[in-house]
Design a protein around this ligand. Structure first.
Ligand code: FE
Length: 196
């Protein structure tokens, strides 16, 4: 099987330029999907008999498999949760209030995580304890918690904001928060919460 890049669910955002969206979605994200397909294809014929912990073609394919897969999955979650009015609503807010004490406490924590992360901030519903957590990833395939399902995903790689905001990541995070699509976030949350 092969993976198909998903289209953007909107044509434009406010405060994130068309150029940033084009580079981010059409080039970087599509590139990850292409590489994931390439890796999966190469794995079908990779030489398992030469597997080695220091270097082997098979080993490198296995390492980059998770890098490309997580890059694809997290970017799709990021693009899909944007394009809304940023007004928190729904069952997800009730769960946030339960697990973080208040909506404001979650917002403060999520924004602080955004200044910390070298790659991603993920509000995830963790099936291990049935709670929401803000997790931070420093690379696509580092920092994820197994069994934790991404609900609201923020890309903090510089490519997400540098063209529009320079080094002002804080303003980019404000722009992001103001356009979260809470309908989509609630749709994802209701889907993943069923597994618990
Ligand atoms: Fe990105």
């Amino acid at each position: 099987m092969s993976y198909n890049p998903q289209p953007l669910p909107y044509s434009q955002l406010t405060g994130i330029s068309a150029k940033t969206l084009e580079v981010h979605h059409d080039k970087l994200y599509v590139g990850y999907v292409t590489k994931r397909n390439e890796i999966e294809q190469a794995l079908t014929t990779a030489d398992r008999s030469a597997a080695n912990g220091t270097y082997s073609a098979f080993g490198e394919l296995k390492r980059q498999e998770s890098f490309a897969a997580d890059a694809m999955i997290l970017h799709e979650a990021y693009f899909n949760v944007l394009g809304g009015d940023g007004k928190p609503a729904g069952e997800l807010v009730t769960q946030i209030e339960k697990d973080f004490g208040s909506l404001d406490a979650w917002i403060a924590d999520f924004k602080a995580c955004g200044l910390v992360a070298r790659g991603w901030v993920v509000l995830a519903y963790d099936l291990n304890d049935g709670r929401l957590h803000n997790y931070v990833c420093d690379a696509h395939n580092q920092g994820g918690i197994w069994g934790a399902m991404p609900v609201i995903v923020l890309d903090t790689y510089e490519h997400a904001y540098m063209m529009d905001y320079g080094s002002d990541r804080k303003s980019y995070i404000e722009t992001y928060m103001s356009q979260i699509n809470w309908n989509e976030a609630n749709r994802v949350f209701s889907k993943v919460a069923k597994f618990n």
